[in-house]
Design a protein around this ligand. Structure first.
Ligand code: PEP
Ligand code: MG
Length: 754
């Protein structure tokens, strides 16, 4: 085969012309296959379109019988073409009829052809078609030919994706109205939003596929790659200073990949064949994505993720300042495969209406930031980024976890109404802001905020919370690429105390490990991370890190009161050890600065059932206890909070969990330990009602929950409800949740959202 780079370039140039031509799609495709066949000296060139049901329809051919076009359909797993589509990988076969997957279709006149080369046509990570060339004689296609056919397939993707298979026989260029679709996801932050999709990962528009001048383009690519490597080296250098020891594995892998000469070579080849630098990187990205879709091995998946991240970084560098998607004032919904928390923070104040992520963990750091920003967010949507195109209209129902892509007008109007209804409800909550959370029989409940970022402090005032009941200090660690230094920690804690303006703030010490993995710390993989080396266990084993944090807290408080609580305590001795370290820092700080907090209060989180039976030992040293329902309930029910199939399987509003909490409440009173609760459950009016009925007078929750919970509290006569509730707990009906709901209704309790 007379195949070489100048010929490819020529082909690219001609392709560019054909792509730019006006006219019917079908005739453009015919020109394209003719062009490819002649340039590649192939006897056949064909294009297959993948239909909704996975079947592959022949839509253009040079060399096979013309009347097979728009008629020959291959089943999803039929023949070599089906195999290419299924594997999303190129296949070069010397003697096709001898291959076990070969399928013979007499209507195409395919019998005399032996050599076969097929490549997937990819858009996003989705296979939308297959491009093939065939030769009469047996022959081996070399790597360069495979690569080049892939490049052509990428260019073709734009046209192929728009073809309407039903209109093929009369031109095919009725723009295919892409179907509406509904996908399910997990609610990361509640709310409703709609708008146009903005893809977080850089998009290379078809108009930017080809380069006019290869020398300039090749230089641009080279400079881009140099900048990429330098930026990674800069990050490594920073990490080195901050981390010590050997926590650099992750970054090192990243660097190795960036320095891999075969990656650079492949990208340069793309440019040599006539592609723009961006298109060449995009081609590599499509391959990585497609392989990721089919890869099962976790190690390989990680590496492919890394490669795709590198592709994206390079695309951003090549795009200069425009590398980041523009969020216009009109309604925008951010669509991302995964997002780092710092990346998401960069979108704050841009007016985003909603966020969609393929990433599955509700406790992922980006999900946490999304909650802090109060933007409706859905996650865990499989195949998200391959189903949505830039600019598609979407409705995000982060109340029931549904995403509607390209909705029709009726649905759209219905949602517009729901959005305005929801904002009416929000306005009603806002009106309660300055009213006390007082029951009708005069019991005051303190409603506090779960926070973790500076941003949350404004929220605290906005929603009228009584303070911060849980400040998750690990967020600062999670949103930065390196471990925060003591001074950075002091700055944050000071800002938080300043912004709290005298209201109480409970700082929870670092709760790392488990689902909160810090790449920089290079923790070993664990079979059961939730039960593993995490939280206070981790902190007590990393005393340097832990003491620096305690020091930062003491320094930030100055002479102000300081309240600290320790997470995931299982044994009283763990609490005592941590408490002693704290007071050592208080004394040390006083010696150095002459200052100490006017009052230091120390509390413990109840997150393991074991601790519930150790409260007598904590009496006198722990001033307060806060029930962390997220972890406590996962241990109580032995159901991983991160695994969707079990995380919602058990209802906290059930006799066993509530009797356990009743015992905790009694033990706290007997041992003179103030009690409160934080965790997701406190934010649902019904479970919050159970907590107050069990004697809890302080609840800490996310900002969005304060309104609905306050409304509930202001409607309940606690003493009367409590009597009936405790009686029901002793004589529960099989459907206890319904029993409590009915009881609440009898007592006129206002329960919204749950
Ligand atoms: C909890 O476990 O309930 C809790 C509040 O802590 P986190 O969700 O941060 O683990
Ligand atoms: Mg916890």
């Amino acid at each position: 085969m007379a195949y070489n780079l100048p010929a490819t370039r020529l082909l690219m140039n001609r392709l560019r012309q054909v792509m730019a031509e006006e006219g019917e799609t079908r005739s453009r495709l015919d020109k394209v296959v003719r062009l490819i066949a002649s340039t590649m000296v192939a006897d056949v060139c064909s294009i297959y379109l993948r239909l909704q049901d996975g079947e592959l329809l022949l839509i253009a051919t040079e060399g096979l019988k013309a009347d097979a076009v728009a008629a020959t359909r291959l089943k999803a797993n039929e023949g070599l073409v089906g195999l290419v589509a299924r594997r999303a990988e190129p296949m070069a076969i010397q003697d096709a009829p001898r291959h076990s997957s070969f399928s013979y279709r007499p209507e195409t006149g395919e019998d005399p052809f032996h050599a076969f080369l097929g490549v997937p046509i990819l858009r996003g990570g989705r296979v939308i078609g297959v491009l093939t060339v065939q030769n009469r004689t047996e022959r081996a296609y070399d790597d360069e030919e495979v690569d080049n056919l892939q490049t052509i397939a990428m260019v073709l993707a734009e046209i192929v994706d728009r073809i309407d298979p039903d209109a093929l026989n009369n031109g095919g260029d009725e723009k295919r109205e892409r179907n509406t679709a509904s996908l399910k996801g997990r609610v990361f932050c509640e709310g409703l939003g709609y708008g146009r999709a903005v893809l977080h990962d850089p998009v290379v528009p078809a108009a930017k596929f080809f380069a006019a001048d290869q020398v300039t383009e090749s230089r641009r690519l080279k400079e881009g790659m140099e900048e990429l490597k330098a930026s990674i080296d800069r990050m490594m250098a920073l990490d080195g200073a901050a981390l010590g020891e050997d926590p650099r594995d992750v970054m090192e892998t990243y660097r190795l990949l960036a320095h891999d000469p075969s990656w650079a070579e492949k990208l340069q080849e793309g440019v040599k064949s006539g592609l723009s630098a961006e298109a060449s990187v995009d081609r590599a990205r499509r391959e990585h994505r497609a392989r990721l879709q089919s890869a099962r091995d976790p190690y390989l998946r990680e590496r492919l993720h890394d490669l795709e991240d590198l592709d994206n970084r390079l695309l951003r560098i090549l795009g200069g300042d425009e590398g980041k998607p523009e969020i216009s004032e009109e309604r925008s919904v951010l669509v991302a495969r995964r997002l780092g928390p710092a990346e998401l923070l960069e979108y704050s104040n841009t007016g985003l209406r909603a966020i969609l992520m393929e990433e599955a963990a509700a406790s992922s750091h980006a999900a946490i930031v999304a909650r802090a920003l109060g933007i409706p967010t859905l996650g865990g949507i499989e195949g998200l980024t391959t189903r949505i195109d830039q600019g598609d209209w979407v409705i995000v129902d982060a109340e029931d976890g549904t995403l509607h892509i390209r909705p029709d007008d009726t649905l759209y109007d219905a949602y517009k109404d729901r959005v305005s209804l929801r904002s009416d409800r929000q306005a009603a909550y806002a009106a309660l802001k300055d009213m006390p959370a007082r029951t009708t029989d005069g019991v005051d409940i303190s409603l506090m905020l779960n926070a973790g970022l500076d941003l949350d402090m404004e929220m605290m005032h906005q929603v009228g919370a009584d303070g911060v009941g849980l400040f998750r200090t690990e967020f600062q660690f999670l949103v930065s690429e390196t471990l925060p230094r003591v001074n950075d920690q002091i700055d944050l804690y000071k800002r938080v105390l300043d912004k709290a303006d005298g209201k109480p703030v409970i700082f929870r010490t670092v709760d790392l490990g488990g689902d909160k993995v810090l790449p920089a710390l290079n923790l070993q993989r664990e079979e059961n991370p939730a039960l593993g080396w995490r939280s206070i266990r981790f902190a007590l084993d990393h005393k340097g890190l832990f003491r620096r944090q305690l020091r930062a807290l003491v320094r930030a408080a100055g002479t102000r009161p300081l309240t600290v609580m320790f997470p995931m305590v299982t044994l009283p001795s763990e609490f005592e050890e941590a408490r002693e370290l704290l007071f050592r820092e208080v004394d040390w700080s006083e010696k150095r600065t002459g200052q100490r907090p006017c009052k230091v209060e120390v509390g413990v989180m109840l997150e393991t059932p074991a601790l519930a039976y150790s409260l007598p030992e904590l009496s006198g040293s722990a001033e307060f206890l806060s029930v962390g329902t997220n972890d406590l309930m996962q241990f109580f029910f032995a159901a991983d909070r991160m695994t969707p199939s079990v995380s919602d399987r058990y209802d906290m509003v059930c006799p066993s969990a509530l009797r356990f909490l009743r015992d905790v409440s009694k033990s706290c009173k007997a041992n003179n330990i103030r009690m409160s609760a934080c965790g997701e459950a406190t934010g649902t009016p019904l479970s919050a009602l159970c907590f107050v009925a069990l004697g809890f007078t302080t609840l800490s929750m996310s900002a969005a929950s304060i309104g609905p919970v306050k409304q509930m509290i202001r409607s309940v006569n606690l003493e009367k409800f409590q009597t009936d509730f405790l009686a029901a707990l002793d004589a529960p009906e099989p459907d206890f949740r319904n029993q409590v709901l009915a009881l609440a209704a009898d007592h006129g309790v206002e329960l919204t959202d749950g």
